[in-house]
Design a protein around this ligand. Structure first.
Ligand code: ADP
Length: 520
């Protein structure tokens, strides 16, 4: 069975081997098992349903939210000699009936559909008459309210599947691997958890970096010039910022496109095409850009602002280097941007529990910016892949500053939090440590603690940074919610007992750099 699949891979796609996970997924599908396939962006999900589509007797229906890209996807398949078509709101009623007739006559192996179609009973009746072998649900995390891109229309998929006889095989595909999204997909589509295939999330060719404390506009301009001719995406948090960055770079003579939901569809498509066909090499965009875009030679993805969570970050950053060539993923961190993201969560119409969950996810994203461990490892750990080694290439792995022992300072912070009964947040703990005369401190009697003012010689910013670092490295665990309380982890207890040391990269002091330079 798999040999035949491999022949198809070679004949239609020209690839010699299946990638990690693809063969397992294809084997499961061909043996009739409903499957959830979790693969990183660029991992090669499409082949997992396209190859079986060519082997199964009936048609494969692909449910995808990406209406604007369906035509391109179908054109690419047709060019490769794979008979495929799509039905969405962009085609006329008569065209739709023609396509359906052709499907019934067995002319196509794949049919791409937008999920909204499944809500029209008359349309569903037409599908029921077809011989459907496989239903592939692309971007399957859209079914989960815990996902970062929930689409209510995805909830009608299950009912749609139930109406088709005999029951087709289901293959749900996504790049989002967090446990509750995974469980939601399984539960809502009735797929056993042991049918989930999670393939390596590591992308060896991606180099992750976090840039802090630099003028961001200067940084991107210089970066673009240094990498001129290379394709890159710059993500910004708001439409306004996209417009500003776009104009600024354009004024400097850089050939650039833009993309956000406030533009007309025509404008968006035009820039997208120009970018896809390398007429412009840089795209500045909000997160509205990129879902499903198969541009393989993107050499860098820069986030001008911190994204709202790790899922969004890895999905967007993962658009770099789909061709396997080394590419950079740079996140520019500025503490004030975290407030924008918090504000957006606060203003959203999400319910209380959901908001708390989003704050917690944002905090994990912030910790990514503060970690001094391998970035790739941090990401993989987040997505539940344990024991990943260090990548040896990211900004942290290649940072050759020497490490200093900060166990004593860490103990000061941790013991202060313990003495405050693990009931307060970062700002208040910092005030106690730096000996602030805040009335609230006096009213709680914290000015009597032995740790009160123990870090008086340091600025509040410094202490805040130290707490961020201890959080990122897993010594502290903030509770969920908008006003998180700092709690100690088991690791922190070991530090307090003196059983483990806390190390941190040495800070580069401006004064020292000047002195070093004077030597030459
Ligand atoms: P995803 O949907 O997971 O983001 P795609 O299905 O778009 O990823 O595949 C990403 C890229 O990898 C595409 O250019 C695809 O042709 C390529 N690809 C997929 N499978 C293989 C393989 N077995 N060998 C080589 N390239 C592959």
């Amino acid at each position: 069975m798999l040999n035949h699949a491999k022949e198809i891979l070679q004949t239609y796609y020209g690839y010699d081997e299946f990638r990690n996970g693809q063969s397992t997924i294809i084997e499961q599908v061909l043996s009739g098992k409903d499957t959830v396939a979790i693969m990183p962006t660029g991992g090669g999900k499409s082949i997992c349903y396209q190859v079986p589509a060519l082997m199964l007797p009936g048609i494969t229906i692909v449910i995808s939210p990406l209406i604007s890209l369906m035509k391109d996807q179908v054109d690419a398949l047709n060019n490769a000699g794979i008979p495929a078509t799509f039905i969405n709101s962009s085609i006329s009623g008569s065209e739709m009936y023609e396509r359906i007739q052709a499907i019934e006559a067995g002319k196509y192996k794949l049919l791409y559909l937008a999920p909204e179609r499944l809500e029209a009973p008359s349309f569903v009746e037409l599908i029921k008459k077809m011989n459907v072998s496989l239903i592939a649900i692309d971007e399957a995390h859209c079914i989960s309210q815990w996902g970062h891109d929930f689409r209510p229309s995805y909830l009608s998929i299950k009912k749609f599947i139930n109406g088709i006889q005999p029951k087709p095989v289901i293959l749900a595909l996504t790049a989002t691997a967090t446990p509750n999204v995974k469980e939601d997909i399984c539960e809502l589509l009735d797929i056993p958890l042991n049918h989930v295939v999670l393939t390596g999330f590591g992308r060896e060719n991606l180099l992750f970096k976090v840039v802090k404390g630099q003028d961001r506009d200067v940084f991107i301009e210089e970066y673009i010039r240094k990498n001129s001719g290379q394709a890159g995406i710059i993500y910004a948090a708001t439409r306004k910022e996209v417009e500003r960055i776009y104009l600024q770079l354009k004024k400097k003579g850089i050939s650039i496109g833009k993309y956000h939901a406030g533009m007309t569809e025509n404008q968006r498509n035009e820039y997208q095409e120009q970018f896809l066909y390398d007429n412009i090499s840089i795209m500045v965009a909000t997160s509205a850009f990129g879902m499903g875009i198969n541009k393989s030679n993107v050499r860098y993805v820069i986030h001008y602002h911190i994204p709202r969570n790790m899922e969004a970050y890895y999905q967007e950053a993962g658009r770099a280097g789909r061709d396997g060539v080394e590419s950079e993923c740079i996140l520019m961190f500025a503490p004030q941007d975290v407030h924008i993201q918090k504000f957006l969560i606060d203003q959203s119409e999400m319910e209380g529990e959901r908001k708390e969950y989003e704050y917690a996810k944002l905090r994990k994203m912030v910790s990514y910016c503060h970690t001094e461990s391998c970035f790739q490892q941090y990401i993989l750990d987040y997505f539940g892949e344990e024991n990943a080694g260090e990548c040896q290439k990211c900004g942290n792995c290649t940072d050759d500053r020497s490490q200093v022992d900060i166990t004593k300072e860490a103990q000061m912070v941790l013991s202060c939090i313990k003495r405050m009964n693990e009931k307060f947040g970062k700002t208040f703990v910092t005030k106690v440590l730096t000996g602030s005369a805040d009335k609230k401190i006096i009213s709680f009697g914290f000015n009597q603690l032995t740790t009160y003012g123990i870090m008086r010689d340091r600025t509040q910013k410094d202490v805040n940074e130290l707490i961020d670092y201890l959080t990122a490295e897993g010594y502290l665990r903030p509770t969920d919610g908008q006003y998180p309380v700092l709690m100690l982890t088991n690791l922190a207890v070991d530090v307090l007992r003196g059983e483990i040391k806390v190390l941190r990269k040495e800070k580069i002091k401006v004064k020292q750099i000047i002195e070093d330079n004077q030597l030459f």
